[in-house]
Design a protein around this ligand. Structure first.
Ligand SMILES: NC(=O)c1ccc[n+]([C@@H]2O[C@H](COP(=O)([O-])OP(=O)(O)OC[C@H]3O[C@@H](n4cnc5c(N)ncnc54)[C@H](O)[C@@H]3O)[C@@H](O)[C@H]2O)c1
Ligand SMILES: [Zn+2]
Length: 375
């Protein structure tokens, strides 16, 4: 009899390096040359960046590539979350085509903040069903979060990251010197993701941030602890991502602060930053943890003090009980029918819950506003 059923099983091993590097764009430093598979013979690469980042560092990138005998085609994206859509991703796909990007041999360079990395990575996942790309994150969010995992994507239908892919980078090169030109909002946004990962799994990291938050939030690089905060945040984040790179498990601690924030981020006008939305979510989730007797009130106060000192908001007029409930509904679909909402059982400790209801959200928001009005 003819066989009519086949079972296909295959595993894909992924390995990529995330490396802290000094003087990344010094032509004498060969780390980027190696990552881009340049060998000194005449070659061509596609670079994707945004207009602001390129105005600051474009010359240095061009000088570096030219020193290694590489010409480049530059695709500049419009800056900002509002423009993080399919159109820009498809423009990068077209640029891949025009630049003659090959299946394996000519990695694309994504150079910028989280928005550039997400768009360029998504385009790289689409072109020829996936071409390699190297990430150079230039923002703090990029260095400790968006730039080091496997997820890429864009907003669609008014929904945050509604379309995307898992497309791990070929390599990630992190040079903290780029942070010198980042503004306060950018630094605060990055600190928000550092606080997030600290709260769910690294109490020592939280203490480090807490002890130096005033300096870290003004000019990150001058803080005595900036190096430790950067390396610990990357380690803690990779520790959470590595065993679950394809998100087989949907109970994810890095989702703390990301239960309500996707809806909040998209609903604000003018739009607040990703990290600001995460901060609003973390504050509410921490207070929710207190009301469920999982977290002590003084721990909540420490957390909200650090969030505010980092230059982040703990409340926003756009946040309503209805918005929180709608955001939760979208998140539940994303998490396969369950809330899987990370809450805190202490600083550096966490759990998941599945039973937050609209009434509880209304009470927590009212309590938060009452606390803020008397403090
Ligand atoms: N894929 C993921 O796993 C993941 C994780 C976290 C965040 N994200 C995404 O990342 C985005 C947020 O990242 P972001 O905060 O970097 O946003 P962003 O890329 O919009 O950068 C913020 C601003 O900083 C500017 N900038 C970047 N580097 C700079 C530098 N060195 N000097 C001066 N200005 C600089 C950018 O031009 C932009 O104006 C959101 O879209 C979020 O959804 C993705
Ligand atoms: Zn985030």
């Amino acid at each position: 009899m003819k066989r009519s059923c086949w079972k296909v099983e295959s595993e894909r091993q992924v390995a990529y390096r995330v490396e802290l590097v000094d003087d990344l764009l010094d032509p004498a430093n060969h780390q980027l040359r190696n990552a881009l598979k340049l060998d000194g013979s005449p070659s061509h690469r596609l670079v994707v960046s945004d207009r602001l980042v390129w105005s600051l560092y474009g010359k240095d990138v061009l000088r570096y590539l030219s020193a290694h005998n590489a010409e480049c085609q530059v695709q500049l994206l419009d800056t900002g979350e509002k423009k993080k859509g399919l159109e820009q991703a498809l423009a990068v796909v077209a640029a891949c085509d025009a630049a003659g990007v090959q299946r394996r041999a000519t990695p694309v360079l994504a150079f910028g903040g989280g928005v550039v990395l997400d768009i360029a990575g998504f385009a790289a996942s689409l072109y020829r069903r996936g071409v390699p790309y190297v990430r150079i994150p230039t923002s703090l969010v990029g260095m400790i979060d968006a730039g080091i995992g496997s997820k890429v994507g864009v907003n669609y239908l008014g929904k945050k990251s509604a379309i995307g892919a898992f497309h791990p980078p070929h390599e990630v090169l992190v040079d903290p010197a780029f942070l010198r030109s980042l503004d306060h909002t950018g630094i605060a946004s990055g600190l928000s993701e550092a606080i997030k990962i600290a709260l769910v799994c690294d109490a020592d990291l939280f203490q480090l941030i807490e002890a130096d938050v005033d300096v870290l939030s003004s000019t990150f690089l001058s803080g005595a602890s900036h190096q430790a905060v950067l390396t610990r945040s990357i380690s803690a984040m990779l520790g959470q991502l590595e065993d679950n790179l394809w998100e087989e498990h949907l109970n994810r601690l890095p989702d703390f602060g990301h239960t309500f924030s996707p809806g909040i981020e998209m609903a604000t006008s003018p739009m607040i930053s990703h990290g600001e939305a995460v901060a609003l979510d973390m504050t509410l989730s921490a207070l929710l943890s207190v009301r469920r007797e999982l977290l002590e009130l003084d721990e909540f106060e420490r957390i909200s003090r650090v969030i505010e000192a980092a230059g982040l908001p703990v409340d926003h007029e756009a946040v309503t009980p209805e918005l929180l409930a709608d955001s939760l509904e979208w998140t539940v679909r994303h998490r396969d029918g369950l809330q899987r909402a990370p809450l805190l059982t202490g600083i550096g400790r966490s759990c998941f819950v599945n039973d937050i209801d609209a009434g509880e959200l209304k009470r927590i928001l009212a309590e938060l506003r009452e606390r803020l009005s008397i403090s």
